[in-house]
Write a protein that binds this ligand. Structure first.
Ligand code: SF4
Length: 281
């Protein structure tokens, strides 16, 4: 593949895991290009250990470089423009939790400048599990980046409403209480999109207590955010892609995802809210 040339959605994982720092992905669904930025080309680093995680074990001797990122990002944008491919977004995700990289803030600052110069129409997206909101300097940086002139779209993972399900689906040492408290504070300060994975783990499905607690949590976040910037949307995902721990995490029938969305919609409406909810089985 030539530098800057978009990969298909199907093969971008292999690219990331062979050390790509910038991996353009063409999406047929949105008929556009998403240019992924991977801050961990050498190995996965994450504060969660989700059983559904799609990052397969890998190791390379390629280290992240801001200059390489900058050059590859500009090349990808130029390639898309030359072929009249619309650029949907520039997206920080990759092999782990992007905000844990020491390069994260400088990489984002540089991506903002490149976006302004070359691809003003593109959204700038961060996919995050939110754990670095507990780090005060990162919290302030993300508030400013999402609410200020950087126009950062934050897609924040909220997979669980109870500590029990959080321990199952995210398997993190980080306190569920501390994390949700911090996300609640963040909701009063900056706009964001909520992402939730809904799947079975080890043949267990989320209990009715878990479903109610998740609906309460999301409604609370949406109410608090409504007084500031608002929750942009809630995305409910099903497990659709292979993961190294398969079959520990199992896809749930589509209707369960839609029922959860409907129950949330009802709770939001009862509170005078109508945030968009999207389901991706
Ligand atoms: S937060 Fe994302 S990268 Fe980290 S383990 Fe979960 S799915 Fe994988």
């Amino acid at each position: 593949m030539n530098p800057g040339e978009p990969a298909s959605v199907e093969n971008h994982r292999t690219e990331r895991e062979s050390g790509a720092i910038v991996y353009p992905v063409y999406s047929r669904r949105s008929e556009g290009l998403s240019i992924g930025i991977n801050l961990f080309p050498n190995k996965k680093i994450c504060s969660f250990d989700c059983p559904y995680c799609e990052v397969f074990p890998f190791e390379t001797d390629i280290y992240f470089s801001l200059d390489v990122m900058e050059r590859a990002l500009i090349e990808s944008i130029q390639h898309a423009r030359k072929h009249n491919i619309p650029i949907r977004d520039i997206c920080f995700s990759g092999n782990g939790e992007p905000t844990m990289s020491p390069y994260f803030q400088e990489a984002l600052n540089r991506a903002v400048i490149i976006r302004e110069q070359w691809a003003k129409e593109a959204a700038l997206v961060l996919i995050t599990n939110g754990t670095m909101l507990l780090h005060e300097q990162t919290y302030k940086y993300l508030v400013e980046a999402a609410s200020g002139s950087k126009r950062l779209d934050i897609w924040l993972k909220v997979d669980a409403g109870t500590e029990a399900w959080y321990k199952c689906i995210n398997r993190s040492e980080i306190s569920f209480h501390d994390l949700t408290t911090k996300i609640t504070q963040f909701a009063a300060k900056a706009p964001f999109t909520i992402q939730t994975m809904l799947c079975g783990i080890d043949e267990q499905v989320p209990s009715s207590e878990e479903s109610s607690a998740w609906i309460d949590l999301i409604t609370r976040l949406a109410l608090i955010a409504d007084k500031a910037f608002g929750v942009k949307s809630i995305q409910i995902y099903g497990k659709a892609r292979p993961a190294p721990e398969d079959p520990r995490a199992q896809p749930l029938p589509c209707n369960i995802l839609h029922e959860r969305a409907e129950a949330l919609r009802k709770a939001l409406n009862e509170n005078g809210l109508d945030n968009p909810i999207n389901v991706y089985p």
